[in-house]
Write a protein of this length. Structure first.
Length: 289
């Protein structure tokens, strides 16, 4: 029988602290369009080395083909999410002075953008963890890490560039794992695989697997490879999806409304439809059916 788990969140009310963790391209310097590299593939129509502006970037840091990215061969651009790091670096760390106005800041700004994006991603997870129904001691650990992470984002460029963000990510990962365990095993029950879901687990290779219609409630899919997996009509309540690769996964009719640690980038990389239920903080991509 499927594990019966309640919605893990205390409240569905939006947390205003998430607002700064959403991309605001109008207040950025096109950092993702310059700092990052990409290779000609199904996601990008051409090769671009890191540090070179994309050919589609205009002088005002806008994208000249933004309404037509997918048909123009730039599907990857519609998937990427900076978690609001772009505008934070542009308007806060560098006080609104772009890399074109002060070319000497160029390389450091791009490096800081990478660090800030990781910090903002961690803030996204920690904000969600703060909404979960957790024991008070664990909730205090989550809150302390969120405040520490937020403090890092307020540091100057030199400090951010030198920050050991990998070490901090590991520390956050441990606490998020504890929160996940509490939610997924609430009531003393644990998810158990069936014949259809045999092999499902953390970091599992589930490339192209047919899991359609399965109940995965309470499963741990952290870091799992779900590329092109069929999750149509699948119940993903209280499933830990932190870092799971959902590229081209089928989510038609799937219920992710109570899934743990899902990001907009994961959703953008998958295929869904009007029946797909998403966590309240995420939006349905316009290119879904």
């Amino acid at each position: 029988m499927p594990v019966s788990l309640p919605d893990p969140r205390r409240t569905p009310r939006p947390d205003p602290r998430r607002d700064v963790l959403r991309a605001d391209c109008a207040n950025c310097f096109g950092l993702c369009c310059v700092a990052l590299s990409f290779a000609r593939s199904a996601d990008f129509a051409l090769d671009k080395p890191a540090g070179d502006p994309c050919v589609n970037l205009d002088d005002d840091f806008g994208c000249v083909i933004h309404p037509h990215l997918r048909p123009s061969g730039f599907k990857g651009c519609t998937v990427f999410d900076c978690y609001g790091a772009g505008q934070r670096v542009a308007q806060s760390t560098y006080n609104g002075v772009s890399w074109t106005r002060q070319p000497g800041t160029r390389q450091q700004m791009f490096a800081v953008f990478a660090v800030m994006r990781e910090l903002h991603e961690l803030l996204w997870y920690l904000t969600e963890a703060g909404e979960l129904d957790l024991p008070s001691a664990l909730g205090a650990d989550v809150d302390a890490l969120r405040r520490a992470t937020a403090e890092f984002t307020e540091r100057g460029a030199d400090e951010l560039e030198a920050l050991d963000v990998a070490s901090h990510r590991r520390e956050v990962g441990v606490v998020l794992g504890r929160a996940s365990e509490v939610v997924r095993t609430r009531g003393g029950t644990r998810w158990k695989p069936t014949r259809q879901t045999r092999g499902v687990g953390p970091r599992a290779d589930l490339l192209g697997r047919d899991l359609s219609g399965a109940s995965l409630r309470g499963a741990n899919l952290r870091g799992a490879v779900l590329i092109a997996a069929n999750l149509a009509s699948t119940d993903l309540t209280s499933v830990d999806l932190l870092g799971a690769d959902l590229r081209d996964a089928r989510l038609e009719g799937a219920d992710l409304s109570g899934a743990l640690f899902v990001t907009q980038q994961q959703v953008n990389s998958a295929h869904g439809d009007g029946r797909t239920r998403l966590p309240y903080a995420l939006h349905r991509p316009g290119f879904w059916r």
